[in-house]
Write a protein of this length. Structure first.
Length: 270
């Protein structure tokens, strides 16, 4: 007589594999964050897209209506949003990771779940907000008549690389801020600099030729090129993508090493 296996959700937590328990805890904390964020706001979802829309609107107005735009590709609003939306994911996750342990110090100390969850739930929740904002990008693609190319199939690769990179940076930042509180402000300043050093309001092809090689060593260059490739194929540079992939994996490895090396000291400090 065959036995009917129980659904994952009905299984006792101790009967799940470690990876299954990790995923379950990560998802619970992520959905909790999203519910709290949206339940305390009257506009909810609108706020997750309003910030990048306002920024894109400002840059679009300045570069297309006030000055003769020397950078980017038409339609410029699509060019902007295809990099600005993933930037908001990266910026928000890294910025919030500076308080990943300090904000929930009691829970971090009292629970036995892997502590990387407290960082990865921020990366995941910001990533979900990014995915929820993609219909806005699609709307602008339709309204402004942007061409869609087969390279749009590379979008999931861009998401994967960005998730790896963002998690790696967040795993480095989160424990170090516990020891060096001024690092929180330093991270915000570094992110502001990185915004202008990354191909967001411009493309790598807009840079002087002598800077193309060095621009590849900003891992966001290859990732943003992948996002844009579906609408602007000339922005895809496989050398940049390869460098981004190698650097993202290396940063994740460093992040895991830093996190594991400092975990015990972090628990003593918070």
């Amino acid at each position: 007589m065959s036995t009917v296996s129980r659904a994952y959700g009905d299984a006792h937590p101790l009967q799940r594999t470690p990876w299954a328990r990790y995923r379950h805890s990560l998802w619970l904390l992520t959905t909790r964050d999203l519910k709290v964020r949206y339940s305390t706001s009257a506009l909810g979802y609108v706020w997750s897209v309003l910030d990048p829309l306002v920024m894109a609107g400002i840059y679009w107005f300045v570069f297309t209506q006030v000055f003769e735009r020397p950078v980017g590709t038409d339609p410029y609003i699509v060019f902007l949003l295809s990099a600005l939306l993933p930037w908001m994911w990266f910026n928000g996750a890294v910025s919030d990771s500076t308080r990943a342990f300090l904000k929930d110090a009691k829970l971090v100390r009292s629970t036995m779940i892997p502590r990387t969850i407290w960082v990865n739930r921020i990366v995941l929740s910001k990533g979900i907000e990014f995915l929820l904002a993609l219909p806005v990008l699609a709307l602008f693609v339709v309204v402004f008549g942007a061409d869609v190319h087969w390279e749009l199939a590379l979008f999931p690769l861009a998401i994967l690389l960005q998730a790896i990179l963002t998690a790696g940076v967040a795993l480095i930042v989160a424990p170090l801020v516990v020891f060096f509180r001024d690092l929180e402000r330093a991270v915000k300043l570094a992110l502001r600099f990185l915004f202008y050093a990354s191909p967001i309001i411009y493309g790598v092809t807009d840079l002087p030729s002598q800077l193309h090689f060095w621009a590849a060593f900003n891992p966001l260059s290859g990732i943003f090129g992948l996002y844009r490739a579906g609408f602007f194929p000339e922005e895809l540079d496989w050398f940049n993508v390869a460098i981004s992939a190698v650097m993202s994996l290396a940063i994740l490895a460093v992040g895991l090493w830093v996190f594991r090396s400092s975990e015990r000291q972090v628990l003593k400090e918070i």
